[in-house]
Design a protein around this ligand. Structure first.
Ligand SMILES: [Zn+2]
Length: 311
C-alpha cells in the first residue's frame, strides 16, 4: 500500500537583482486508494488569471487522498512575478510564459522559468490540465480540444474549440504536451469583475470528472451536457485603446451577424472610436467584457465563435 504523502516544495528558478529568489510552487498529493497515473494541474501561467489559482486551492481542500488512485502534481501559480503584478506577461522581461515552452537555461528569465516547469513538472505527467481565465476585465468560457477529446469533453463545459492542427499557439504548454503525446486539456474559464463562485465550482467539478474518466477517482463520470465544438474562434482586437462600453455581456449567447457587442469611446473627448460587431451568421459569444473597462489596442476585446461551421 502506498503511504499517503502530501508534499510541498518551492523549486528555485533564479535570484533576482534585488536578491529575492523566484521559485515554482509544487504540490504533490499521493493517493492511498491504489496505484494510478500522475495528473498535472497548473494555473496562472498568465498572472492576471487568478481565479484559476482559487480553483486549485479549493480543489486541494476538497481532495480526499483515501479516495485517490495515483498522484496529482499541482502548480497553483506558474508565474509568481506576473501573479504579483496582476499582468499577463512577466514584468521582468515582458515575455509571455505560454509562448516560450520548452524554454531552457539560456534565454530570458521567462525561458528559464519555462525550463524549470518542463523539468520539474510537465515531463513527469501522464495527463495534464492547464487552467486559464479571462483576466482582470474579460470573462471567458470554453475548453480546447488538443489531443484528448474525451477528457476535454469530460470537463463538462458547453462550448469547446478545436483549433486546426490541434494547437492554437506555438510555445504553449498545450503544444509542448501534444508533441510529447501526453493527453492535455487547456481550460479557459472565468475572470472579469464578476462573482467567480460559479466558475470555481465548475472548475473543481470539471477536474474531478476528468479524474473519474481516467480512473483516479471512483465512480462513473457525469455525462457531458450538450456540447458545441467550434472550429472558428475569432478574437476581436481593438485598434484603439480607450473606455469600452459593452452592450452584449452574456456568454454562450447566439447573435445575428452585425449585432453590436460594445463600443470603445475616448474617456477624454467622449468620441466613439470603434464599434465591435458580431462577425458571423450566427455568432456565439465566448469571451466578453461584462462591465465598462479600460481597453488597450491589440488586447483580447471579444472572442466570437462561428456557429455556421461548428460541430
Ligand atoms: Zn492564459
Amino acid at each position: 500500500m502506498i503511504v499517503a504523502t502530501t508534499r510541498y516544495a518551492a523549486v528555485p528558478v533564479a535570484t533576482l537583482a534585488s536578491g529575492m529568489e523566484v521559485s515554482v510552487p509544487l504540490h504533490e498529493v499521493r493517493g492511498t486508494a491504489g496505484d494510478g497515473p500522475t495528473l498535472g494541474l497548473s494555473a496562472c501561467l498568465h498572472g492576471d488569471e487568478q481565479v484559476s489559482t482559487e480553483i486549485l486551492y479549493r480543489f486541494v481542500q476538497g481532495l480526499d487522498v483515501g479516495q485517490l488512485k495515483g498522484r496529482v502534481l499541482i502548480v497553483p501559480v506558474a508565474n509568481a512575478l506576473a501573479y504579483e503584478s496582476i499582468t499577463r506577461h512577466t514584468p521582468l522581461d515582458m515575455q509571455n510564459l505560454n509562448r516560450v515552452f520548452p524554454g531552457g537555461g539560456e534565454g530570458f528569465f521567462t525561458h528559464r522559468l519555462a525550463g524549470v516547469l518542463v523539468r520539474e513538472f510537465l515531463d513527469k505527467l501522464d495527463y495534464y490540465v492547464d487552467l486559464h481565465a479571462g483576466g482582470v476585465y474579460p470573462t471567458v468560457d470554453y475548453v480546447y480540444i488538443t489531443n484528448a477529446e474525451a477528457l476535454s469533453r469530460a470537463f463538462g463545459t458547453a462550448v469547446l474549440f478545436r483549433p486546426s492542427g490541434g494547437v492554437q499557439y506555438g510555445g504553449s504548454t498545450a503544444a509542448y504536451m501534444r508533441e510529447r503525446n501526453i493527453p492535455s486539456v487547456t481550460v479557459e474559464l472565468g475572470g472579469g469583475p464578476v462573482d467567480q463562485a460559479a466558475y470555481v465550482a465548475r472548475g473543481i467539478a470539471g477536474i474531478q470528472n476528468i479524474m473519474r474518466t481516467i480512473g483516479m477517482l471512483a465512480g462513473d463520470p457525469a455525462p457531458a451536457p450538450p456540447q458545441t465544438v467550434l472550429r472558428t474562434l475569432l478574437t476581436l482586437r481593438p485598434t484603439a485603446g480607450g473606455m469600452l462600453v459593452p452592450e452584449v455581456t452574456t456568454l454562450h449567447t447566439r447573435l445575428g451577424k452585425g449585432t453590436v457587442l460594445g463600443r470603445t469611446v475616448s474617456p477624454y473627448s467622449f468620441d466613439e472610436l470603434e464599434v465591435f460587431r458580431a462577425p458571423f451568421e450566427p455568432s456565439l459569444t465566448v469571451l466578453v467584457r461584462q462591465a465598462v473597462c479600460r481597453i488597450d489596442p491589440g488586447d483580447f476585446g471579444y472572442m466570437i465563435g462561428d456557429l455556421s461551421t461548428a460541430e
